[in-house]
Design a protein around this ligand. Structure first.
Ligand SMILES: Nc1ncnc2c1ncn2[C@@H]1O[C@H](COP(=O)(O)OP(=O)(O)OP(=O)(O)O)[C@@H](O)[C@H]1O
Length: 253
């Protein structure tokens, strides 16, 4: 079953075509990579899928619906969550509070009931507390729940970011360079972690990553962009042996 399909999505910024006619297909529970040299258009593709930009041409279909042009929060509610290249945590808040805040997107009670702390609000608040603790346990951060987010080592901050994204109950998770800044040991752990969250949370994953070992190790399918154009797609072995990819991407490493 296809969870995400982009149909010729294109993004033009005045004279520059950052992404040209991108056709991505992600199946349920698939882990897919999006790679390419700096400036190839990867983040722009994420921004079109998550509603930060409306494609200048083409459509985005998610879970059978056309989501092109929806606002980012509407797309999150539809079931797409993302992390960012530059970690975006509330650095002065605790690990637990970071996850609880992300969970509030799912809160059903009104602003009024939250101000007056009605029984419905208290019940939902308790549910969120419990769910956040469960999430932290699932990503291996439970013991650090009271720690300030900024005190966490880099690899754990990335995990917390992923936990925050998972708090919105996504069906598709977009990870923007999850291995950036990680040491080799953290990168190996990340590879295992990505497989675990796919299984545990029953999500599909689309990830941008420059770390070739991570991409080749976890992705079932890979798309390669160069100057906004898709120059190859296929399984890791096909991609590694594709002369166009070697020239455009691996050649500049
Ligand atoms: N808002 C914008 N306005 C104008 N040009 C933009 C904008 N966003 C991106 N670009 C340009 O579009 C092209 C693709 O950028 P993008 O950030 O998507 O690449 P990327 O593959 O994610 O790169 P990196 O690996 O360095 O993050 C670049 O030439 C960039 O300068």
């Amino acid at each position: 079953m296809t969870i995400l399909r982009t149909d010729d999505i294109t993004m033009k910024f005045s004279g520059l075509t950052a992404v040209s006619k991108l056709n991505v297909e992600i199946k349920k529970n698939e882990i897919v990579g999006l790679i390419g040299p700096n400036g190839a258009g990867k983040t722009t593709a994420f921004n079109m899928i998550t509603g930060v930009y409306t494609p200048t041409h083409g459509q985005v279909y998610f879970d059978g619906n056309d989501i092109t042009g929806l606002k980012p929060h509407e797309i999150t509610k539809n079931g797409i969550a993302r992390t960012f290249q530059n970690i975006r945590l509330f650095k002065d808040l605790t690990v637990l509070d970071n996850v609880m805040i992300a969970n509030h997107l799912r809160l059903k009670s009104s602003l009024i009931s939250s101000i007056f702390k009605t029984p419905i609000y208290k019940k939902e608040e308790h549910h969120i507390y419990q769910k956040s603790l469960d999430l932290l346990r699932d990503v291996g951060l439970e013991e650090l729940k009271d720690e300030k987010a900024s005190n966490l080592p880099y690899g754990k901050q990335r995990r917390l970011e992923i936990a925050r994204a998972l708090a919105t109950d996504p069906k598709l998770l977009l990870l923007d360079e999850p291995a950036a800044g990680m040491n080799p040991q953290e990168s190996i752990e990340l590879m295992e972690f990505i497989g675990e969250i796919r299984d545990k949370f029953d999500v599909s994953i689309l990830m941008i990553e420059h770390h070739m070992q991570v991409i080749m190790g976890v992705c079932e399918k890979i798309y390669v962009l160069d100057y906004g154009v898709t120059i190859a797609s296929g399984n890791p072995l096909d991609i590694q042996n594709n002369p166009k990819v070697i020239e455009a991407y691996l050649g500049v490493e």
